[in-house]
Ligand binder design. Structure first.
Ligand SMILES: Nc1nc(=O)c2c([nH]1)NC[C@@H]1CN(c3ccc(C(=O)N[C@@H](CCC(=O)O)C(=O)O)cc3)C=[N+]21
Length: 297
C-alpha cells in the first residue's frame, strides 16, 4: 500500500463545522434558521437510514429539518401536492425527495415540480443546464463533494486527464461538467466503452461511479493517479450472513499503485451529506438576500 488515503469523513466533518459556524450569522440577519425539507415515500430500509442521518446532520448544523413521510401507497398527485406546498413555504430553503421512489411514481415529474431555487440536490433540468453553461445554481452533492476532495488534494486541476466511469444524471454527467469547468481533459466512460482499462490507464484522475463492486482493477491505475470511488456496494462479508460495503474500485490493489484514494466507507459517502448542508446554507442566503462571501464555504 503506497497511496495516501483521502479521509472524506474528516473533510466532511470540517465542512459541516464550517456550515454550523455560518448559521448563527444567517439567523441573526434573516430572523430564522436555514430550512431543509426531506421527503421520504415508503419504507425502504436503506432510504430510512440515509434520511435519519441527513436529519441528524441538519439539526447538528443548527438548521431546521422538516421531515415528511408518505406511505408507499401515496399517489403521484399527493406527492406533487406536497412538493408544491414546500415550494410555497418560505421557511423551506431546500427540498430533497429521497430517491429511488416506489415504482408507480414518476421521478422526473416530481423533480421537475421542485422549485429550481430550492433544488439543493441539483437534479432539476434547470440546475443541470446552469451547470452546463457555467451559471450559478445547485450542483448535485456527490460530484461536488468529489471535486472538493480533488481540489483539496491536487490544488489546480487544469490540464489533467480525468476519466469519469459512469454517465448517470446524478453523478457521472455533473462530475464531468465540474472537471471540465476546472479545465481538465475529460473522458466519460461507461458500460459500452471499448478498452476501458487502457482509457483508465491514461487518467491522472479516476472517478468511479458505476455501481459494480470492485470493477476497476489495480493494474488499470496509472502510478500516482488520484482515485475517487463513488461506489457503495453491499456484498457478502467474510462470515456467513454478514455483509460489507465495497466500492467500484478494487481498493487493496489500487492502493498499491495510486497516489491517493478514497476508501469505502469513509470516503465520498460522508461528503454527500455535508455538501447537502452546504447547498442548503447557500440556498438560504440567496433566497433571503443575505450576502455570503464567495470563498466562505
Ligand atoms: N434525493 C436524493 N439525494 C441523495 O443525495 C441521495 C438519494 N436521494 N438517495 C440515496 C443516495 C445515497 N446517498 C448517500 C448519502 C450518504 C452516504 C454515506 O454517508 N455513506 C457512508 C456510510 C455508508 C453506510 O455505512 O451505509 C460512507 O460511505 O462512509 C451514502 C450514500 C444519498 N443519496
Amino acid at each position: 500500500m503506497s497511496a495516501d488515503i483521502i479521509d472524506g469523513k474528516a473533510y466532511a466533518a470540517g465542512l459541516r463545522g464550517k456550515v454550523a459556524a455560518i448559521v448563527p450569522g444567517f439567523r441573526a440577519a434573516a430572523g430564522r434558521a436555514p430550512g431543509l425539507a426531506v421527503v421520504l415515500v415508503g419504507e425502504d430500509p436503506a432510504s430510512q437510514v440515509y434520511v435519519r442521518s441527513k436529519h441528524k446532520a441538519t439539526v447538528e448544523a443548527g438548521m431546521e429539518s422538516f421531515e415528511h413521510r408518505l406511505p408507499d401507497t401515496a399517489t403521484q398527485d399527493e406527492l406533487l401536492a406536497l412538493v408544491r406546498r414546500l415550494n410555497a413555504d418560505d421557511t423551506v430553503d431546500g427540498i430533497l425527495v429521497q430517491l429511488p421512489l416506489p415504482g408507480h411514481l414518476d421521478e422526473n415529474e416530481v423533480i421537475s415540480t421542485i422549485d429550481p431555487d430550492k433544488d439543493v440536490d441539483g437534479f432539476h433540468v434547470v440546475n443541470a443546464g446552469r451547470l452546463a453553461v457555467g451559471q450559478h445554481g445547485y450542483v448535485p452533492c456527490t460530484p461536488l463533494g468529489c471535486l472538493m476532495l480533488l481540489k483539496d488534494r491536487l490544488g489546480d486541476l487544469s490540464g489533467l486527464n480525468a476519466v469519469v466511469i459512469g454517465r448517470s444524471n446524478i453523478v457521472g454527467k455533473p462530475m464531468a461538467q465540474l472537471l471540465l469547468a476546472e479545465s481538465c481533459t475529460v473522458t466519460i466512460a461507461h458500460s459500452r466503452t471499448k478498452d476501458l482499462a487502457d482509457v483508465v490507464r491514461r487518467a491522472d484522475i479516476v472517478v468511479a461511479a458505476v455501481g459494480r463492486p470492485e470493477m476497476v482493477k489495480g493494474d488499470w491505475i496509472k502510478p500516482g493517479a488520484t482515485v475517487i470511488d463513488v461506489g457503495i456496494n453491499r456484498v457478502p462479508g467474510a462470515e456467513p450472513g454478514k455483509t460489507k460495503l465495497v466500492g467500484d474500485v478494487a481498493y487493496a490493489e489500487a492502493a498499491g499503485v495510486a497516489g491517493a484514494i478514497t476508501p469505502v466507507p469513509g470516503g465520498v459517502g460522508p461528503m454527500t451529506i455535508a455538501v447537502l448542508l452546504r447547498n442548503t446554507l447557500v440556498a438560504a442566503h440567496r433566497r433571503a438576500g443575505v450576502p455570503l462571501a464567495k470563498d466562505a464555504i
